[in-house]
Design a protein around this ligand. Structure first.
Ligand code: NAP
Length: 331
């Protein structure tokens, strides 16, 4: 099968499109004929080798973390899906490989694709949607009437978080550049702050923040969150607690303890619950997101589709940092 893979870590030139063996499904797996995969920033961070100490992979490695497609064949223990079913999934982090004509999905990680939208565009939902869902509801415990601040409201994760927040009855503030103001308002933001010209710090007593930027944005976000509120970063370094849960080696855990000291100390000082999230696949949560798409309360912004041959350009587009919604690779 054709796939986009790396044999060594490095820059865009390391991504090769060529032939790789088609994987065989294990007992609990679906072999999916990929309709499309979405590009997520983790794809170029993996390609660079920047996160290989947290996520060690054997090379060569086919990149790509989430997909839409049609079930081609199933393992002997698969009961929920059959050949021909249209599905979406975030692949297990230990076994990625969506930038290909075929990919393996554990049946527990898959959900039936939305019936109300194009199967290709549905590839934009799994990773970004699950991230937003887990951040707002599992960690942020977002409630109706609360104020939610979403950084990068027009981004892959942000544009979904805005809509989930609005549907939950929260007042949603988004940061975005001027060109994305109307997009964010249309998706449910009550207020949009142009992060290039305005400081968001004038808002106070925010209940929940979804931080997609890390660094100063994260620290300034903690400072404006009310006592007892939640700040969830998906872009900072993992906390030592998360690293421990991942069985990361002790020296790296100590390094993370040091490197994350500022945000953890500020959160303690402000009485704010600070969480680092690394999202996980979850077929049941994904089915709930699909339900919302089909009910018309959640829509996906698709910035651009690229053919598999142009996978490197697709990654470069996202790496430039200004995608509006999701970028897709179509094999
Ligand atoms: N930990 C996890 O599980 C997890 C999961 C998903 C994503 N992430 C991380 O979360 C981050 C966001 O992911 P994504 O897929 O949403 O990225 P993305 O779609 O590539 O984000 C692009 C958006 O970021 C906006 N942006 C750029 N600089 C900004 C700033 N300083 N302040 C506010 N907005 C800014 C851009 O808006 P303008 O064009 O208007 O500038 C653009 O709309 C990445 O670092 C990614 O690795 C982590």
């Amino acid at each position: 099968m054709k796939a986009a893979y790396i044999e060594r870590y490095g820059g865009p030139e390391r991504l090769t499109v060529g032939e790789r063996p088609t994987p065989s499904p294990g007992a609990n797996d679906l072999l999916v004929k990929v309709a499309a995969a979405s590009v997520n920033p983790i794809d170029f961070k993996l390609r660079d080798g920047k996160i290989k100490s947290m996520l060690p992979y054997a090379l060569p490695l086919i990149l790509g973390n989430d997909l839409s497609g049609t079930v081609h064949s199933v393992g002997a223990a698969v009961t929920r899906f059959k050949p021909g079913d249209r599905v979406v999934a975030r692949l297990a982090k230990e076994r990625i490989g969506a930038f290909a004509e075929f990919a393996l999905v554990a049946q527990g990680d898959a959900a039936f694709a939305p019936s109300s939208m194009d199967l290709i565009d549905a590839a934009g939902l799994p990773l970004a949607g699950l991230t937003a869902f887990q951040a707002l509801f599992e960690l942020g415990q977002l409630q109706s009437g609360q104020t939610l601040l979403v950084h990068a409201g027009a981004g892959g994760v942000g544009h979904i978080a805005l809509q989930l927040g609005r549907e939950a009855g929260a007042r949603v503030i988004a940061t975005a550049s001027e060109k994305n103001r109307q997009r964010c308002l249309d998706l449910g933001a009550s207020e949009v702050i142009d992060y290039r010209r305005e400081r968001f710090d004038e808002r106070h007593n925010v209940d929940v923040v979804l931080d997609t930027q890390g660094g100063q944005t994260l620290l300034r976000s903690i400072a404006i969150t009310r006592k007892g509120g939640h700040v969830i970063s998906i872009s900072a370094l993992p906390t030592p607690e998360v690293a421990r849960a991942w069985n990361v080696a002790w020296p790296l855990r100590q390094a993370l303890r040091f490197l994350t000291r500022r945000e953890r100390a500020l959160a303690i000082k402000c009485g704010v619950h600070y969480h680092y999230l690394f999202m996980r696949p979850d077929g049941a949560q994904l089915a709930e997101l699909v339900r919302r798409v089909d009910a018309g309360t959640l829509r996906l912004l698709i910035d651009k589709r690229y053919p598999l041959d142009q996978a490197a350009q697709a990654l470069a587009h996202v790496e430039a940092g200004h995608a509006a919604g999701k970028v897709l690779i179509v094999p």
